[in-house]
Design a protein around this ligand. Sequence first.
Ligand code: UFG
Length: 324
Amino acid sequence: MAILVTGGAGYIGSHTVKDLIRQEKEVIVLDNLQNGHRQAVDKDKLIIGDISDRKLVTRIIKEFGITSVIHFAADSIVGESMINPSKYYNNNVIKTINLLDTMIENNVKTIVFSSTAAVYGEPDVMPITEYVRTNPTNVYGRTKLMIENILQDYERAYELRYIALRYFNAAGADESGKIGEGHNPETHLIPLVLFTALGKREKILIFGDDYNTPDGTCIRDYVHVSDLAQAHILALNALEQGYKSSVYNLGNGNGFSVKEVIEAAERVTGVKINKEVVNRRPGDPAVLVACSEKIKKELGWQPLYTSLDKIIETAWKWYLQKNS
Ligand code: UFG
């Protein structure tokens, strides 16, 4: 019994792989290293290749006795998805169909799928439960919702069972300081704020302070990457125990504004962070906060990092270690 983790050299993938190994699960990572990092995974666990390579995936399934898949491999930059939708529909949707077909062909019928809060778009109900209407406002979110729909159809037709995890804002790094966030280009708030604290950027740009929120800046729900990893393992175990397919939100249920994130980073780093308010970034919803009661109740998920300062502290440790 072994687990295939696609995109396991990426940010959330590598943290999940680390936890799977800690729990003595047999793991094989398949990553084409377009977004992932070779050094984020033990080299004896990593196969460099593409999820759409059906021969390769078939060989991996047979050789390692794969029984389930955790599927992270994807492109995930919202802005890029609007400029280059073809890349997103091809890499996210079409390649996932290839992966699913290869799984079905080889009788692998359980999958944990990496989805996103972007499937909701800009709901006016807060916090967001899984029952809120999905209405993505960007191509990235649409690709993830399309895959969720495909999973439903494959369940009906081929008895595939799946759990889709809709992450809110993933943040932080493994306590070891050995793996962490490393996007290229980096577009996320917490890394960019910490790069500013490190002196690698002159200032952090605040995208709009005229939103309908208490301090005018956007509010997000930051969830620690190790808590996301824990959720994947709970989902995997649930599927292995025969649970039915489901969709779960993953967030802390607390919203923090961009200004609050910068203040927290100042507390954690002890550095005064230069900032400048600029225009809104197109497509940013004012507030996104999750209700994650469903996964807590059904799978027993308990996030360990409920404090924003603590989340930022782990990210800071990672960047300090990387830059030392
Ligand atoms: N922000 C800034 N300045 C920056 C970067 C971000 O002010 O330099 C603001 C954004 O406008 C937003 C908040 O900080 O209000 C968080 O932005 P991120 O880019 O860190 O994250 P997003 O909320 O835009 O996106 C995240 C994930 C996406 C996912 C989305 C779901 O990164 O993959 O949540 O809503 F689709």
